[in-house]
Design a protein around this ligand. Structure first.
Ligand code: AMP
Length: 226
């Protein structure tokens, strides 16, 4: 049986893979809106844990600020909980997970334990130097989460969110150049080696992540299981 068929009535399971700033979060948000899939972002889960001051958050905070990787066991625990909370028919987009070979292995077991199977890995291929600009310039509305950029997408009225009118904005503490360079190095050393493993299973499709956002979205949509 193909990996695709094994899902049966279960919703599609897709991984968005690419370095920080490749557009994984943006594309995941679009798929949530258009396909009713859920985005499982370990970065978002960890930031929520840090804000809430949970034991996981306390362990992760300093590592995240330096751009390192949180231990595999911690993120696998978060994913296990998130899978348990997702109805079987709902499609899933993994964003920022798996990030190591060990996480990719646990993902297989976790999916099987929850009656799921991986359908597709979409690699967002990007130019690293352009990414540093992309990441260090980004900020979001503190109220509704709408994304902006110092150079590429400023609010239409300076200082006012286009979507909700809020005047409060925020930046991620790890979106500074030094941390971004460490996050990129972590990606090259620990995450990129996952790709050949998924390639050998015939699961990987590559999309040009430097193309305009709408083109990336169209290509990603076309790669999803029907
Ligand atoms: P992200 O929002 O995906 O860029 O993640 C922000 C930070 O959270 C990363 O730089 C890591 O410190 C941590 N993190 C997120 N996801 C993972 C993961 N799957 N494994 C280890 N650390 C992670």
């Amino acid at each position: 049986m193909s990996e695709r068929k094994a899902n049966g009535a279960a919703g599609p399971v897709v991984i968005l893979l690419g370095p920080p700033g490749a557009g994984k979060g943006t594309q995941a948000q679009k798929l949530m809106a258009s396909r009713g899939m859920v985005q499982l972002s370990t970065g978002d889960m960890l930031r929520a844990a840090v804000r809430a001051g949970t034991p996981v958050g306390l362990e992760a905070k300093a590592i995240m600020e330096q751009g390192g990787l949180v231990p595999d066991s911690v993120v696998s625990g978060l994913i296990d909980e998130a899978l348990a909370a997702t109805p079987p028919e709902t499609g899933i987009i993994f964003d920022g997970y798996p990030r190591t070979l060990a996480q990719a292995e646990s993902l297989d077991s976790l999916l099987a334990a929850h009656g799921r199977h991986l359908d597709r890995v979409i690699e967002l291929a990007v130019d690293e130097d352009a990414l540093v600009d992309r990441i260090t310039g980004r900020f979001t509305c503190a109220n509704c989460g709408e994304g902006y950029h110092n150079r590429f997408k400023r609010p239409k009225v300076e200082g006012v969110c286009d979507r909700c009118g809020s005047t409060e904005f925020k930046r991620r503490p790890d979106d500074n150049e030094a941390t971004v360079r460490t996050r990129m190095a972590e990606y090259r050393a620990k995450t990129a080696p996952i790709l050949p493993v998924y390639e050998a299973r015939g699961l990987v499709a590559r999309v040009d992540g430097m193309a305009p956002m709408e083109d990336v979205e169209r290509e990603v949509q076309a790669l999803l299981p029907a």
